[in-house]
Design a protein around this ligand. Structure first.
Ligand code: CA
Length: 244
């Protein structure tokens, strides 16, 4: 049985929210050249609506501060107020310390004043994506108890619970499940899971992750008639807090 997903290219989707068409095009082309899948949005309200959608696939948002509709700062504040933790790199022409603080207070993860060198943009994006992956590892190491719907996970004891039923897990299975559960209802890029479970953005082999996901499904979903772990073709996996 071959999962069709294994043939799809691993890609990280980036949303670029920028109303200046030339700059949007330069950034989009540059990031595409770095291997990212890029979507350009030119209004703040449009960006917010898409990011809040239940299947929002973006691993990071490059968000201009000044935008039509809703400005970038407000987009960021509203996202965070709704519990959305997608990393935000805010771009601005305003380089003062106060503006920088406003952006970070508003929930932006980092701040890049215009004009910027593309190399610096690439570096900032890598740092933010890596920080996301490391956050997952930190929770695993802290032995946090994770809950998604009626599924809970005790990472330290390598045990999951579906309701009261105890499920034994192998260490990799627990690490992968923790990575997904920490980002419930969000698409988790394959490489983020690789980093959380293997400590490297590249898994040992192309379908290793899929094999592990299959085993996890056989333990936490199938015996309980659930389909909580979804394959998102070309992107990664997502665990749903509400399952049919
Ligand atoms: Ca602008």
């Amino acid at each position: 049985m071959v999962d069709p997903d294994t043939t799809a290219r691993d890609s990280v989707r980036v949303m670029v929210v920028e109303d200046e068409p030339k700059l949007a095009e330069i950034v989009a082309r540059a990031l595409a050249g770095q291997g990212y899948d890029v979507d350009v949005v030119n209004r703040g309200d449009d960006a917010l609506r898409r990011l809040m959608a239940p299947q929002a696939p973006w691993a990071i948002v490059i968000l201009d501060r000044m935008l039509p509709g809703i400005d970038g700062l407000e987009v960021c504040r509203l996202l965070r107020a709704a519990g959305n933790s997608t990393p935000v790199l805010m771009l601005t022409a305003l380089g003062s310390v106060d503006d920088r603080i406003d952006g970070l207070d508003g929930g932006a993860n980092d701040y890049l004043p215009k004009p910027f060198a593309l190399k610096e943009l690439y570096a900032r994006i890598r740092v933010l994506l890596r920080a996301e992956a490391i956050t997952a590892n930190a929770a695993v190491e802290a032995g946090a108890m994770l809950n998604v719907g009626d599924l809970s996970l005790d990472v330290e004891r390598l045990a999951a619970f579906r309701g009261d039923e105890r499920i034994e897990l192998r260490p990799k299975e627990a690490a992968i499940l923790a990575c997904l559960m920490e980002r419930a209802d969000r698409v988790v890029p394959r490489w983020v899971i690789h980093e959380a479970a293997w400590g490297d953005v590249d898994a040992p082999s192309a379908n290793d992750l899929d094999v592990h996901i299959g085993r996890i499904r056989n333990k936490v979903d199938k015996p309980f008639d659930r389909v909580s772990i979804e394959t998102i073709r070309g992107a990664g996996y997502r665990i749903r807090s509400e399952t049919p």
